[in-house]
Design a protein around this ligand. Structure first.
Ligand code: TMP
Length: 207
């Protein structure tokens, strides 16, 4: 059985990831593949517990390094217990965020840099890397404006505007460094155009 394909979807908050991930999963299913839709942090029972630890507002300060390690601990569980088995069964995996989120948020947003993150990635991924990464890009102000309408902000949604600007720029520089893996789609335009962009990005890895 051929291994399934691994697609990740990235972007700052409020760029429309959920709607577009559902659209992408339907497109893949229409082509006759089985799809696992999942998300990070999370995707397994223990990784979802780590997600709660990461996103809830607590009394104890969370050092940036602890935050980075928790994201990778959740990712290790997710890869071993969900993503790797699904790919081995020939299912296509569509994941809402993956290691590029650690690079953008912890590497650029928290200014931890990419070196330690890439070392952890090599260790934790153990050979599983995305075949395609769709970056839904919009100016930080547009994304945050949309995200605010969704209600109470979690711990990571409570940063200053400059943090999200660094995250957005971080994503764009990751995409420039790996143009064959990334498809950058302007998420500030009409939905029909965003979805046409997704359809065309998918053709890169189909067939
Ligand atoms: P979500 O609510 O969009 O699923 O994302 C959870 C938050 O976690 C979001 O603010 C991005 C952040 N995040 C990181 O900072 N690093 C990571 O590695 C991942 C996966 C998410």
């Amino acid at each position: 059985m051929p291994r399934g394909r691994f697609i990740t979807v990235e972007g700052i908050e409020g760029v429309g990831k959920s709607t577009n991930i559902a659209f992408l999963a339907r497109l893949i299913e229409e082509q006759g593949h089985r799809v696992l839709m999942t998300r990070e942090p999370g995707g397994t029972p223990t990784a979802e517990k780590i997600r709660s630890l990461l996103l809830e507002h607590g009394d104890e300060p969370v050092p940036d390094v602890a935050e980075m390690l928790l994201f990778f601990a959740a990712r290790s569980l997710h890869l071993s217990n969900r993503i790797r088995p699904a790919l081995a069964e020939g299912r296509w995996v569509v994941c809402d965020r993956f290691t590029d989120a650690s690079r953008a948020y912890q590497g650029y947003g928290r200014r931890l840099g990419l070196e330690r993150i890439n070392t952890l990635a090599e260790w934790v991924h153990d050979g599983i890397d995305p075949d395609l990464t769709i970056l839904l890009d919009a100016p930080a102000a547009v994304g945050m404006g949309r995200a605010e309408k969704r209600g109470a902000a979690d711990r990571l949604e409570s940063e200053q505007a400059s943090f999200y600007e660094r995250v957005r720029e971080g994503y764009l520089s990751l995409a420039r460094a790996e143009p064959e893996r990334f498809a950058v789609i302007d998420a500030s335009g009409p939905l029909a155009e965003v979805q046409a962009g997704i359809r065309s990005a998918l053709t890169r890895i189909v067939g």
